[in-house]
Design a protein around this ligand. Sequence first.
Ligand SMILES: Nc1ncnc2c1ncn2[C@@H]1O[C@H](COP(=O)(O)OP(=O)(O)OP(=O)(O)O)[C@@H](O)[C@H]1O
Length: 461
Amino acid sequence: MSQKYPNKIALFDDDENILIALKLVVQKHYSKVSMFSVQEELLAALEAEEYDVLMMDMNYTKGEVSGAEGLSFLNELVAKFPSLSIVVMTAFSEINLAVESMKLGAKDFVKKPWENARLLKTLEQVVQLKSTTQELQKVKAVQRMDFVENAAELDFGMIGDSQVMRDLKATIAQVAETDANVLVLGENGTGKELVAKALHAASLRKEEAFVKIDLGTVHEQLFEAELFGAKKGAYTGLNADKEGRMILADKGTLFLDEIGNLSLPLQAKMLSVLQNREVIAVGDTKAKKIDVRLIAATNMPLEELLDGGKFRQDLLYRINTVEIVLPPLRNRREDIDDLLHFFKQKFIRKYKKEAIEFSPKAIDEARSYSWPGNVRELEHAVERAVVLAKDGVIYASDLVNAAKKEIYAGPGVLANLNLQEMEIALINEALKVHRGNMTKAAKDLGLTRAALYRRLEKYDL
Ligand SMILES: Nc1ncnc2c1ncn2[C@@H]1O[C@H](COP(=O)(O)OP(=O)(O)OP(=O)(O)O)[C@@H](O)[C@H]1O
């Protein structure tokens, strides 16, 4: 290295001799190197100006050997300065401490006594990694904004670079221009509607209407009037002709969501409309021709849909010329990071917030969480975390734990309906979320501290 890197490096050790020895090695290669031996001074300096890398000794307190104090200080630094890259120094025998530090968010470690060349190599790699990540993030952020604005030309506004997502985008591009009917399958919140819109936006019908009908919410008796329209006076209270939504979709795309909810009699009606490509409004005698591209979606697996004759096979064959299956988020975890950052930026803009970062632990936990509500759950979790974020950091407890808690209390997902067992489960969950903090757990549970203690005793928790 002949030239100096323009990066700012902070060195932290309570042994001044070590600090000086370190500085002598590092300052030849970096334009600014500062030494700190007192925690408070280091914190003040990091707050006052931005450093790129901090190299810190994990056993900085004289006589302190467990490293616990070092870990807790590291934790504080990671949370307070998420964009600072931290390299820890540990004694040769303390590989566990180095591993623990990396888990908490340190970028690398150097063993003491150190070899100069190795130490500089580590530092150089960390600095380079940091600038590459920053560059990539910038490029990606710009690209993503374009995706949203130019969905059809670019990436359909669909975030995710996993193999599954790449294949999906290729399929969309391939199928969109044909007029083939498409059936989109996937759990709730996996992005089925987004796929339907992408198909429309990339199709030759993109200038025409995209009409969504949620079959889960259309009232059985109003189905025909809603879909096919109704003539004035066809039923009490109808004082003017009512345009059916299928007519609105003429020449465009009709998106039938929750197709699995359609009753058998309505399936028969739908089938005849699709076969004849015409609808008859309620109270009318004349049929109207319609030209729609049909996209249907359901969160039921196909076998379940067909199980026990709940869904007509002939209708299925009409709507599933092409099938697109969206896997749950837990099966494409590579997309989680991209989604987290995308939604964070989206909500920072929406709520006009200053820069916000995720703590490394928040990202780690988000990567391993199962996201039963898929992308929608992740989007909501990030939105809530952005709104509530303090000091520009989203912690794991604000993101994943909060999401888990919401799911836990949500309807239809309870493991069982036994009140006592649910009470125990909720108490355990609250204690976990608040890391054993009784006051906060009690508040969340809607109990006084005393009432919580009584229950802990009662259930022997
Ligand atoms: N790959 C993705 N990139 C960006 N946003 C996504 C992605 N997938 C889903 N979303 C967003 O997640 C939310 C849920 O997606 P969408 O409504 O398309 O899911 P869905 O499968 O149709 O859900 P449901 O079955 O509950 O109707 C939407 O806000 C959508 O924009």
